[in-house]
Write a protein that binds this ligand. Structure first.
Ligand SMILES: [Fe+2]
Length: 301
């Protein structure tokens, strides 16, 4: 059974344990998360030349729209302000920054209908992040940049918390993906030929759980949770921010979510940086999480 905890009073350590068991947290907005959303909005409005980014698709050719997102999204991801605010959020929500590693925040968009579902605005099929080389200690964070509705939300598929799905993760290696297909997201407008781990059997999308929460709220869930992008049939583009955190003690001890169907290789942990000083994950941890012979490859990325 999955429970959603709204504005939980548990400590961060207790919350993590619950998340590893399939529970979902909705943290109330903090000054840092509101500032991060305001910053994302500012970049979007600038990028779209003052047009409301939520409805810009109504008056814009998709190629131009892609060009704008291809500039705005990396700007947001790599901006020092985004990194500063992420650390502020971790602090505000009770994380020990010596033990907590963060990756960079991503800006996502889900445009209505078939306007743009690929490449730079990939509409995610049902997946677990652990099919993409995420560690089982990974906590996913998702927050809306604008008010949104159920029709352009993200969905969880709780039945699959403990039900395996036959999937293509055995063909996925995070380091190989970074060297190749990830580089050319904005070239994929009408279709997406980049091979990603997908379900290889029919997934029952219902019953599904969608959480609608205010701007700056943060939905936290395990990287092992099956989730997807809801096909957007509203008239409005949804913009959201997501990022991930990992606790080093848990990585070392192996405490985390269960693995019921992930077979990928490589590790996404090369992307995480320590909250206190942005140092990378300790080498010995990366080595431990790689198959023999992979570490040279990690170091090269
Ligand atoms: Fe995901």
């Amino acid at each position: 059974m999955n429970t959603v905890f709204y504005d939980p009073k548990q400590t961060e350590d207790q919350r993590r344990k619950l998340i590893y068991h399939g529970q979902i947290m909705v943290l109330a907005p903090t000054p840092g998360s509101l500032e991060l959303c305001a910053f994302a909005k500012q970049l979007l409005f600038e990028g779209f030349g003052g047009l409301d980014p939520q409805v810009a698709h109504e008056t814009m050719q998709v190629e131009k729209y892609v060009e704008i997102l291809a500039a705005v999204k990396p700007k947001f991801i790599h901006h020092p302000e985004s990194k500063r605010l992420l650390r502020a959020i971790a602090r505000e929500t009770g994380h020990d920054l010596e033990k907590t590693y963060l990756d960079t925040p991503r800006m996502r968009s889900a445009a209505p209908h078939d306007y743009l579902r690929y490449g730079i605005a990939y509409a995610f099929h049902p997946h677990r992040d652990t099919w993409y080389s995420a560690p089982f200690q990974q906590v996913n964070w998702w927050m809306p940049v604008f008010d949104f509705e159920s029709g352009n939300a993200m969905a969880f598929h709780p039945k699959y918390w403990d039900t395996p799905v036959r999937n293509g993760s055995r063909k996925y290696n995070y380091q190989d993906w970074n060297e190749g297909p990830r580089q050319n997201a904005s070239a994929h407008i009408k279709s997406d030929t980049r091979e990603q781990p997908k379900p290889e059997e029919e997934v029952e999308l219902d019953p599904q759980l969608r959480i609608v929460c205010p701007v700056g709220s943060m939905i936290q869930f395990s990287g092992a949770q099956l989730h997807s992008t809801v096909p957007n049939r509203t008239g409005t583009t949804r913009f959201s921010i997501d990022f991930r955190t990992v606790n080093l003690d848990d990585v070392r001890s192996g405490r985390g979510a269960h693995n019921i169907d992930s077979e990928c290789t490589g590790t996404a942990m090369v992307d995480y940086m320590r909250g206190s000083d942005m140092a990378p994950m300790p080498e010995e941890v990366l080595i431990k999480h790689m198959a023999p012979g992979h570490f040279g490859k990690i170091k090269a990325t």
